[in-house]
Write a protein that binds this ligand. Structure first.
Ligand SMILES: O=P(O)(O)OC[C@H]1O[C@](O)(COP(=O)(O)O)[C@@H](O)[C@@H]1O
Length: 261
């Protein structure tokens, strides 16, 4: 992926989840951040995985700095400066969802011609869903607001009075893609997902599809990244479902003891 971005001649700086530091490539107009393989812990069991990327413009104000510094500054842009983002999901079909700032669109790989075909026109995330997605083996480590919210939607005591179902693949792209199509919530309440490679591009896509993205307190796209591998809680999904969740206040899992699987 690094070699392809370098040879495009369009990319000034890149940062990959797999690398320790940002890399300066040249004088191109764009900056690309990416997680090449999200959900990698699932790969041996053939569970869906994904790729996530976000694109920014190069910051001309950093041009005078040494290479390592300007690479670092360019990849730490706020999510609201994103000019394009996307994810690819490798599953029963290979699907790529993209935005260039005017809505959310989906393309499906047609193996017979070796091309992506335009399959999902102007995707709108349903205002409400009936599915929640998170690792709920962590229930007893959650704060009380999150516990109460999940208890309520499980029992049909939330705002919609409907009983929600749970789905958790543990591959963020796959859990989000289902949420984009059917509505509901894709969540990780502990400080685990990465702002630069995961939260920002996916939040941009969710907002482009009419949904909402928060860390439980702040709109993701307004957060100033301060470190390349910065982690945070992440709540993505339907506008009304995320608003209801956030109204419980105390939803970020501060107690994060570390988990073996
Ligand atoms: O262990 P948890 O909290 O359920 O986290 C699972 C999440 O971690 C991820 O596997 C990403 O983690 P990595 O960045 O360590 O690969 C997501 O795809 C998934 O949603």
């Amino acid at each position: 992926m690094n070699a392809a971005l370098r040879s495009s001649g369009k990319v000034a700086a890149i940062a990959s989840e797999e690398d320790d530091e940002a890399i300066w490539l040249g004088e191109g107009p764009f900056v690309v951040v990416f997680d090449p393989l999200d959900g990698s812990r699932n790969i041996d069991s053939s569970i869906p995985t994904g790729t996530i990327f976000g694109i920014y413009r190069r910051l001309p104000e950093a041009d005078h700095l040494p290479l390592t510094e300007k690479a670092a500054i360019n990849v730490l842009q706020r999510g609201e400066r994103t000019v394009a983002a996307g994810y690819a999901l490798y599953s029963s079909a290979t699907v790529m969802c993209l935005s260039v700032g005017s809505g959310l669109y989906g393309f499906t790989l047609d193996h017979s011609i070796g091309e992506f075909v335009y399959s999902h026109h102007d995707i709108r995330i349903p205002e409400r869903g009936q599915i929640y997605s998170l690792n709920d083996a962590r229930y007893f480590d959650w704060p009380s607001g999150l516990q109460r919210y999940i208890d309520n939607i499980r029992q049909g005591n939330g705002q919609t009075r409907k009983k929600y179902s749970a789905r958790y693949i543990c591959s963020l792209v796959a859990d989000l893609h289902r949420t984009v199509l059917y509505g509901g919530l894709a969540m990780n309440p502990r400080s685990h997902l990465q702002l630069v490679y995961e939260a920002n591009p996916l939040s941009y896509l969710v907002e482009q599809g009419g949904g909402k993205a928060t860390d439980g307190k702040r709109r993701i796209l307004e957060i100033n990244p301060i470190m390349l591998h910065q982690r945070l809680p992440l709540f993505l999904g339907s506008m009304a479902d995320i608003a209801e969740l956030v109204s419980y206040g105390d939803i970020q899992q501060v107690h994060n003891p570390g988990y073996e699987v």
